[in-house]
Design a protein. Sequence first.
Length: 236
Amino acid sequence: MTYEEVMGKLERFGTDQTKKTFLRHGAKEPFFGVKVGDLKKHFVKDLKKDQQLVYDLYASGNSDAMYLAGLTVKPKEMTKERLNEWVRGAYWYMISEYTVAQVAAESLFAIELAREWMRADEEMIVVAGWSTYSNYLSIAPDEQIDGEEVEQLLAQVMETIHEEQNRVRYVMNNFVICVGAYYAPLTERAKEVAVAIGKVHVDVGNTACKVPVATDYIKKIEDRHAIGKKRKTCIC
């Protein structure tokens, strides 16, 4: 498929209802409002063979095309420079927190970029950094994880989360959940931090979204006997 054909197909799959939903969450024109399920079902298989087309789709600035690029890119082929381009172009959380972070987590530069982005000033870049680290925890073998650094980050969350930028609070809370769920050596510490931070307040705008309570979420995973169980991929 050509770039023009993909964009035309995206437009055909867009719906007004999905577009209204994405607008409430932070998306901006131009985009079509394509459901993620439709992207996976009707686009992914045809695009993985043409990585230049994938890069062009992300560069379009169209949110649907950008998310599709994240589903079809080959993370191990992404350069650090291109990942930095992607994070700078991620203007709302669905792209920064999911698309960019998930691709970065499976790239060769996961922790390096997570550390850099977490120290940035721009909210969406910081969001991508924390989310990259969280996603990395979900797929990396425990022996490849720096437990001391993770513990330091938990301490940072406990000390600063309630004063952080809005969406950063959300991903910090999720980091605690991911430590508790995917990195068994620090599950108990994550539970202590979850209790300490309590309910985290995030302005989710005019949406039905809720911020998960970390203590409750980790307990659900414990009840399923799934602590420490890794994912094959974090791209979704």
